[in-house]
Design a protein around this ligand. Sequence first.
Ligand SMILES: [Zn+2]
Length: 318
Amino acid sequence: MSVLGGIIGLILGGLFAIFGALTFGLLPGSSAVALFGPLAPFVAPVFATLQAITSLINLHISVAALLWYVFAILFTWLISELASTSYFGSASHTSSMLPAATRPTLTPPPVERLLLGIMIGFAVAINSIFWVLAGKHPHQFPIPGHASLSAVIALLALLPFLCVFMAVSTSRGFQSFIAWLGWLLPFSWLADIVGFIGFVIAGIVSAAAGTFAGLRFDPATSSFELSITGLGTAFSMGHFNLVSAANSSPFNMPGTSAHEAGHTLNTMLFGAPFLAVNGIMIPLNQPVPHNRVWGELLAEGHRPHTLPGLPFSPLWTP
Ligand SMILES: [Zn+2]
């Protein structure tokens, strides 16, 4: 099911990326149509309409980018809600704790695997098409780009698609590849930018307040971790994670640090909107424990606990 979902996701993500490029004025309609090869005669009227609309609206690029991002979040939100519901039913928003006997490893319903594939394909298409376009329009992208370098990155950006196969996604080596490649994946950049700024501010403030407890780097997930005494929570923002000093744990064993690194992997594979949706769904899911939110189930699956009531969805660990 995840392979089928991946193909659907690639098509949706492709359309989404191309629509974005049209809206941003980065792609003439004729080039967009040419990308569809033999299907070009069928999609030409669609693009003509899209282009007419976008030229009519004539949005400033920053407004267009913001709108595009909001649509990406809404789409990701829909997928995430459907996935959570596929596990827990409509009760996911109303019932309380999971039964104590619940197995930590949830057996994914087929529809969840379909949705997982869609999310993977969607993000992969956006990341790869971005670099294809960056190669074609070196002057319009604020990236020191070269056409052949962009082409290589566009091809590398396709490889995370292999995560539709559990044998690949559970490989620790492949997870590291995704984590490091993530620095080059534009769909997750917003999380990294916000994360870096927050990380620096938190570092300065905690140092001034005397609560700075440590700075670590996990090469396996290419993520930085700042531990702060008395933080009271833990969260991840791209490659930058914050944890309470009391909860900092080895990166390769079940614990808070490995869980947050699991969020890093999620963000690199699914993009920054996936992380934003996680942050939206947790408060909305109250009073149900936040570990029923799909992003949490997948993050916990990086190095899952064996405790009942801390379920995980198998993606990073079988
Ligand atoms: Zn979490």
